[in-house]
Design a protein around this ligand. Sequence first.
Ligand SMILES: [Zn+2]
Length: 364
Amino acid sequence: MAETELQLNETENGFAIIPYPLFKKKVHPKNGRFLRKAEILILGTIFGFSSAKENASCNKTYRTFEENLNLSHGTVARAIKELKEAELIIQDKSRRICSSYRFNNPKKSKKFIVIDFFLNATKFTVRGETEPRYLTKSEIEVLSLIRTHCSNKHGKGFFESSVRGIASILNLCDTTVQKCITTLLHADLIFRPENEKGINNYQRSRFTVNKKLLRKSEKKFQKQASPTAPLPSKEVRAKEQEIENANARAERERYYMRLQNIANSRAKAFQERLEADDTYKRVDTDRRKLEPQIGRAEAFCLPELTELYEKRRKLLAERARRMAELNISEADLQPIWQCPKCSDTGFRPNGRMCDCYPGGRQQP
Ligand SMILES: [Zn+2]
């Protein structure tokens, strides 16, 4: 089998570099499972950065990993979590970038395969299948293995191996590799001259890649990937964030205003019913008129104070009696708040935001 020894001179964002040992790497040295395909891809992406430059970090966001590798958010999040736990990557928190990772493997391997991101995100037409589809991760690995060897400057321009050989490098089973090769042949992504075809799994076949088709696919991918509009600047993003926050604040205020209106309008309705009653109106007006007189008498210690107190007591009793006759309680005149902690204002007495806002989102 041809040896692949490529020198990496520059860091590029367009591919992952996967050293051979990663395919057989176990999460934990003893009795651990092998790395999953997604973990290998993410590790390879991070390795692509670290290997090119000492101490280089990969600053990809989850989102970029998802897009580059055609993985779901959950898969990326889970893989990164497990890789961190297994100490295969180190998250660099010193740079205040939330996602800055370094590959943590002192063992260097000179053999690796390069997986271009566009292979993950491109649909290919496979003869015999009804619709164009994405390649599976195994198909991408087989294709990339062949491709890496074919593009090796020191190589022969083709890749010679048996199914068993490929299976061994990629840690796949023979059947999977055989299926992958069939698919790749049917997609015209690789070629295998009939006279170079191995007779069984142990015999070597000679493979080449369809450079033209791959180049075309890569160009198409780059065209789609390059954004037509420039990315919003820091200022624009800050402005957008500000608007978003202001909208959220206004939304919150409207929410509490509505709650207050509901509570207040109920109390107001009872108040209005009382005001409409002549007896109540008379008693309550008299009681109100009495208050300033009592205040003055209290301030100057006037002798009629006792008499005024007695008058007020009688009026209050009369008012309470009339209210009872009208079937309205003192509590009915007070608003009933949905949240007693903040009286539906959204703010606690200590000035902090209340947690009663639906969705629990605390807006600044
Ligand atoms: Zn509250």
